[in-house]
Design a protein around this ligand. Sequence first.
Ligand SMILES: Cc1cc2nc3c(=O)[nH]c(=O)nc-3n(C[C@H](O)[C@H](O)[C@H](O)COP(=O)(O)OP(=O)(O)OC[C@H]3O[C@@H](n4cnc5c(N)ncnc54)[C@H](O)[C@@H]3O)c2cc1C
Length: 482
Amino acid sequence: MTSILKPGLTMQAEQARHDLERLLYPAANWVQPSTDPEGRPVLDVLVVGAGMCGQSAAFGLLRAGVRNLRVIDREARGREGPWGTFARMLTLRSPKHLTGPDLGIGTLTFRAWYEAQHGAEGWASLYKIPTLTWRDYLLWVRDTVGIAVENRTALVSLKPEGDGLRATLEGPGGQETVHARKVVLALGREGSGSLRWPRFPSFDPRSPAASGRVLHASTEFPFAPMAGKRVAVLGAGATGFDNAATALDAGAAQVTLFARRTSLPQVNKSKWTSFPGFFHGFINLPDEWRWKFLTHVYSEQVPPPHESVLRCDGDARFAVRLGEAWTDLVPGDDAVRIETIRGSHVFDYAILATGFDVDLMERAELAAFRGAVRLWRDRVDAAEASQHAEASRFPYLGAGFELMACEGTALPSARNVHLFNWGSAMSHGQLAGDIPGLAVGVDRLVQAIASDLFVADAKKHHAALLAHAEPELKTTRYYVAP
Ligand SMILES: Cc1cc2nc3c(=O)[nH]c(=O)nc-3n(C[C@H](O)[C@H](O)[C@H](O)COP(=O)(O)OP(=O)(O)OC[C@H]3O[C@@H](n4cnc5c(N)ncnc54)[C@H](O)[C@@H]3O)c2cc1C
């Protein structure tokens, strides 16, 4: 997918580049070149994942003069992240004026981009940001600031190599090994663990009987075959309602949304955390307080946006069955039988809107680190950990989003793996997941990486300082030759 720029946008991109030039972007590279013990050149940073967080991290690094980097994404251009794939809402849930991927540069904001195409009136009449419009905006920022993403290139495995890292990548040209001093894992929501599949006695998500009839809402699948069919949706969050609405739009005969709870959550606690004090200060709270804040936020659950509810409600084909937990899911060749605490139902399709599980250590890419890095469960007492099982599986990260080796484990490279995705939330708050905290998160990540790269090379920098002999007074009569 290439971007075709409208004339207004071309001018906007020129203005933004002019601003970047005034800010001396990209800064000159200052990192000392390095090689591994066998003399092979080493990347300073490998950024894995070019969704919103990965591309913003790369932008921040280039701005800080860390230029020996590569950015990869396993998906094709335009398919990074949820926006063009499984995000089925019509608009973003956030308000239109949010900032983040611009990293504080006015001409790179969503508003500037939108006004360049639709004028001030267009901006005033925009209600919320259409999902694909946000995807296109992200691509425009990426191109304007000059981030070269290697698409269709996946990180297959990451292994410690002394205090550096050895990454195996799989791309269009086959497999390759890359040696990197730092790796930023910006793998997105699913990249903190995996899709959450609920457990039922008769259902195995890997079984072929399930394929095609039982679908996970956070994956891509066609809705056209649902025309004239009966569709069940499990889960009453935003994704549940958005999938129900998409099935209705596709002409489903009947869509029934089930939830265990007897009423929908009413308050979005996560929204309360979206202010600068929380973004900057959360990391400095003692563990006990970080745990208290975020376990409360997560245990409250997020209400579906009213726009998503209204998309479904009022359609005679739509029904909600609250307080009706599923007890079994039996996929058959022609239909799916769903047992609930109230009875038995037959549908043609079942969509599971059950979100993502956080369990970083289950990621295949990180198998070499399994059992060796700290998790939140190591920081709280056993009763708390079992009460908040998911929160306890989040990695316990350091101040620069770095993994931390378990006590007594010799794994110096762990601190060179920076987790910049949803999995960082228990440690840092929501700085690498939702849009509003993104710029604060990028700043923190970039400062940590730049600082580590500098400190590790202190000797080389000191030698460079001693060798530094640029005469300042050559054009004056006070010049003294060295
Ligand atoms: C449906 C949905 C709606 C959302 N709406 C909002 C909203 O309105 N407002 C808000 O603030 N937030 C919203 N969010 C949350 C957040 O903004 C998004 O999840 C956003 O995409 C996060 O960006 P990211 O870079 O962390 O992840 P992603 O955008 O998902 O990017 C991660 C990238 O990593 C790549 N990747 C993964 N594994 C590998 C690998 N091994 N090798 C190479 N590449 C890999 C993936 O291909 C992907 O492109 C929403 C999230 C979802 C799922």
